[in-house]
Design a protein around this ligand. Structure first.
Ligand SMILES: *Cc1c(COP(=O)(O)O)cnc(C)c1O
Length: 351
């Protein structure tokens, strides 16, 4: 049967109201790619898979939750949706709203959104508003305005987002024909870690048995769950997880504890180094935040705090590298210019 999107594929496992009217871009069904070279580089002796969520229709995992949230809203007769976003939620909300014939409004923190994300939101026709403040300020504002006006909130505090995002856990278990031993992923507002843990728990014994340990990874400059208190001015190159007060922080801590896993922080240098390593060793280019889960795994292995031997580990790469090209091109030398003559080219290539 042809693939018809997440709600068609996993709908009966998702807690969505009967009025839901599916709006899909055939999201999900993303590849689980074996990363043999990277596993060897990290010491070897274990199986490593990349769940490449950057291959969703708008370039990030946000499409999984958005198909659910927009489908529910459409069935309820909603005509306008709103969200606060570090970029990827904005692009996803705008695309699914466009497909549903709705208006979308997105609030982004001023000057802190990667070029490919902002361009997406604009291309899909969202009304984009910059807030002279942080993501956390923007989130507070959209919550208030959606209470006061007939505008629906599609941030991950919307419960249907979490329902849709559970499908990634189902796909991983279906792909491996069991749950992995460990799941490593970046943690920002903590909707995704919450959804994975809910998905794994629901699928356990339903189709395959077993539960993974969860390694949640924050950026050191935006690590409220590691520090144990909100961060007033979060800072990191990984803009998608530049969040000081995670909306689902409690649930993230629960997922780590219940799964006998943990939440750790890694430096921006470790994140950028992993982004580069993954692209060069495996041909998988992800945005900085998306490399945080793997950076955390590398950090723990190097610190001797993680016995990877014989384990089956899945790392979630949440968004595509094309979202944030400037991270790669800024500060680099421009490609060399050569005369259109064979000899000139030979000199450059052969030295
Ligand atoms: C949203 C996002 C995250 C963080 O997910 P949360 O659910 O906020 O924890 C990580 N990486 C990318 C690319 C994202 O878009």
């Amino acid at each position: 049967m042809p693939y018809r999107g997440l709600l068609a594929h996993y709908g009966p496992l998702l807690d969505l109201p009967a009025h839901t009217r599916p709006v899909t871009l055939l999201e999900g069904n993303t590849p689980l790619i074996p990363a043999v070279s990277l596993a060897r580089q990290l010491g070897g002796g274990f199986e490593l898979y990349i769940k490449y969520e950057g291959l969703n229709p708008t370039g990030s995992f946000k499409d999984r939750g958005m198909t659910a949230a927009i489908s529910e809203a459409l069935g309820r007769g909603v005509t306008t949706v709103i969200c606060a976003s570090t970029g990827n939620t904005a692009a996803s909300a705008a695309a699914y709203a466009a497909r549903a014939g709705m208006k979308s409004i997105v609030l982004i923190p001023q000057g802190k959104v990667a070029a490919g994300k902002l361009a997406g939101a604009i291309a899909y026709g969202a009304q984009v508003i910059q807030i002279d403040g942080s993501f956390d300020d923007a989130l507070t504002m959209v919550v208030e305005i959606s209470r006061k006006h007939p505008i629906s909130l599609v941030n991950s505090i919307n419960p249907y987002r979490i329902e849709g995002q559970k499908t990634a856990a189902f796909e991983i278990c279906d792909g491996l024909e069991q749950a992995p031993d460990w799941l490593c992923l970046p943690v920002g507002n903590a909707g995704n870690i919450t959804a994975y843990w809910a998905g794994f728990k629901q699928y356990n014994n339903l189709k395959w048995s077993g539960l993974p340990h969860i390694l949640g990874v924050q950026a050191a400059g935006a690590a409220p769950l590691v520090l144990g208190h909100p961060v007033e001015h979060p800072e990191t190159v990984a803009t998608a997880i530049r969040i000081g007060k995670p909306a689902r922080g409690e649930q993230a801590l629960e997922a780590a504890e219940e799964s006998a896993g943990r939440i750790i922080a890694v430096s921006d240098e470790e994140i950028v180094a992993m982004q580069k390593l993954l692209a060069r060793l495996e041909g998988i280019w992800v945005e900085p935040a998306s490399a945080a889960g793997l950076a955390g795994l590398a950090h723990e292995i190097a610190a001797g705090k993680f016995d990877a031997r014989g384990r089956r580990i899945v790392a979630i790469c949440t968004g595509h590298g094309l979202k944030d090209p400037e991270i790669v091109t800024q500060g680099m030398d421009k490609p060399k210019i050569v005369a259109p003559q064979l000899q000139a080219l030979e000199e450059v290539i052969l030295g």
